[in-house]
Design a protein around this ligand. Structure first.
Ligand code: RVP
Length: 499
């Protein structure tokens, strides 16, 4: 006889937060969105913490190395997708780990013998006014000098002259030694009144350039998520098929945290993969999922999961519920799993964070997910809208969009994830579409963070654990839901009219 689980399966749209008393010291500026990413003893801090509770989805259309850098810089973390070869994913991890904020590899580089004409063309192509001069014209060639657009004038100088005639030679320049920290480089820039500091290794080869004009940007991201060596942290998705090859390569590339990625994580395959990783790489945290109830949470936590992802069928591009009839309203799933996490913490002394994954359409949904017990959230659609996501920008009817497709769509051809081995009949669990283009990740995330801090201040909570402990939510009636939808429609029409 089928069991009917008690309670209705509810989504975030059905709830609103009630304000609690806001004490004088609970201002948005004092709200701390820091959160633990991985399993830790109750009462202690997690080995990896995020400054803001946001991770980007394990998806081709979302988590590129470029987005991973931007998100870690803003205080969150990306999980680079595994729908690519082991080597390509390891390279992506390496890109993020080797990325040195403020240190750029020269993209405007010439030989001393090149004519100024070539330099002018290159500057036009890259849009940069400072060029490195190296012996062979490569970004890491032997450093010979610097030349900027102030060193010559297209009307005053013969453009057939060699660059060497107008450049400032290396021996007349202040250079940094390879290994210099960003703060040491910035000190040199200011003390020596430089616009650009070339960083050169012991053999005289150019490594990076540090620009004064980037100084403000380096100072802007105090919450960046970095490891002990100040490198950005990055995660990677793995599957239950090729983890024995994939995980060692990702670990060798320097990955900080792994996550098993499956639309249904309550399986013996996940438990086996978790145990294998814990045995072979005990120092590398790994999450599991996705699940939608407490029973599945305990199963993965017992198998060693360092965090558990919650959500089946709620993703904006997901059609798993239509195709397989499997899933649960995200609000109900998060609340159920959060209860199991707390019970697990009480009985074992181990806190295993949970992540609400998918279906967060509005910023207030993120606040609801945290209030209902999520330690952090994972989002696809939200991040796919930014400059840093890999999808192409397209113009449709006067508006700009970015491509966004599900990992279960035929475009992603991620059959490994859904293939059950024997059965070669495939069906799609995701769709291929567009999301409105928004611009820079850092700018948009700052606005989202401001909104969530304001919500938490209204609810009288200055930290995520306090929010989880004291938040009160109410169910909205169908009537009030309709009224709100009507108000939103009026506002959206007004926005359009203003355009
Ligand atoms: P959203 O943020 O609502 O776009 O959802 C992203 C989540 O959707 C992912 O983290 C993943 O769990 C799920 N997903 C990704 N692809 C598909 C699919 O093709 N069905 N679903």
């Amino acid at each position: 006889m089928v069991e009917i689980v008690a309670g209705v399966s509810r989504t975030f749209n059905e709830f609103l937060l009630l304000p609690n008393r806001t004490t004088a010291d609970c201002t948005p500026a004092k709200v701390d969105l820091g959160t633990g990413l991985v399993r830790h003893p109750v009462g202690e801090a997690a080995a990896i913490r995020l400054s803001v509770p946001f991770t980007s989805a394990i998806m081709q259309a979302v988590s590129s190395p470029r987005l991973a850098v931007a998100l870690a810089r803003s205080g969150g973390l990306s999980f680079l997708h595994h729908n690519q070869s082991v080597d390509a994913q390891a390279d992506a991890v390496r890109f993020v780990k080797n990325f040195k904020a403020g240190f750029v590899v020269s993209d405007t580089t010439v030989r001393p013998t090149d004519p100024l004409r070539r330099l002018v063309a290159l500057m036009k192509a890259t849009g940069h006014n400072t060029a490195a001069v190296t012996e062979d014209g490569s970004p890491h060639g032997r450093f010979v000098g610097l030349v900027t657009s102030r060193d010559f004038h297209v009307d005053r100088h013969d453009l057939d002259l060699p660059v060497a005639d107008r450049m400032r030679p290396a021996d007349a320049l202040v250079c940094g030694k390879d290994g210099i920290t960003l703060s040491e480089a910035n000190t040199l820039l200011w003390e020596e009144r430089l616009d650009c500091l070339p960083v050169v290794d012991g053999a005289g080869h150019l490594q990076h350039l540090v620009f004064r004009s980037d100084y403000a940007e380096h100072k802007q991201f105090p919450g960046a998520v970095t490891d002990a060596a100040k490198r950005f942290r990055v995660g990677a998705g793995v599957n239950t098929h090729d983890y024995r090859e994939r995980v060692p390569a990702l670990v060798a590339a320097g990955v900080d945290v792994l996550c098993l990625d499956s639309s249904d994580g309550y399986s013996d395959w996940q438990a086996e993969a978790l145990r294998w990783v814990k045995r072979e790489f005990p120092g590398v945290p790994i999450g599991g999922g996705n699940v939608v109830d407490g029973e599945a949470f305990r199963f993965l936590a017992d198998a060693g999961a360092d965090f558990v992802k919650v959500g089946i069928g709620g993703g904006s591009i997901c059609i798993t519920r239509d195709q397989k009839g499997i899933g649960r309203g995200q609000a109900s799933a998060v609340m159920d799993v959060a209860q199991a996490r707390d019970a697990y913490a009480r009985s074992t002394g181990e806190y295993v964070p949970i992540c609400s994954d998918g279906g967060l359409l509005h910023d207030y949904h993120m606040a609801l997910a945290l209030a209902m017990g999520a330690d952090f959230v994972m989002m696809g659609r939200y991040f796919a809208r930014f400059d840093q996501s890999p999808g192409k920008k397209v113009r449709i009817g006067g508006s700009v969009f970015k491509e966004y497709w599900g990992e279960g769509s035929s475009r992603a051809r991620n059959w490994q994830r859904y293939d059950q081995g024997e059965d070669k009949l495939h069906f799609e669990e995701g769709v291929d579409g567009y999301v409105p283009y928004v611009g820079d990740l850092g700018d948009a995330l700052a606005l989202t963070v401001a909104k969530i801090k304001a919500t938490m201040a209204s609810c009288g909570a200055a930290t995520i654990p306090a929010f989880q402990a004291t938040a009160r939510v109410t169910l909205v009636s169908e009537q009030s839901y309709q009224e709100n939808a009507a108000a939103v429609a009026v506002r959206d029409t007004a926005d359009t009219t203003l355009d």
